[in-house]
Design a protein around this ligand. Structure first.
Ligand SMILES: [Zn+2]
Length: 62
């Protein structure tokens, strides 16, 4: 089966307008200051939120 209509250049551009990749968002860890992804545990110190910090990381503030 072939497509009934040829896709016009404008329609192709409109479709591909949403395909660009975006840079990963980062926030600064309030515990150690390293850049981390929001809503994720810090990869350098393991900090999640006050009272919760993953074990096995360097923990500068305890
Ligand atoms: Zn951290």
């Amino acid at each position: 089966m072939n497509p009934v209509f040829r896709t016009s250049p404008g329609r192709t551009r409109r479709r591909r307008n949403h395909q660009a990749l975006r840079a990963t968002q980062t926030v600064l860890c309030p515990n150690c200051g390293a850049a981390k992804r929001p809503h994720c545990a810090c990869s350098s110190c393991g900090y999640v939120r006050p009272g919760l910090q993953l074990k096995g990381f360097n923990q500068p503030n305890g």
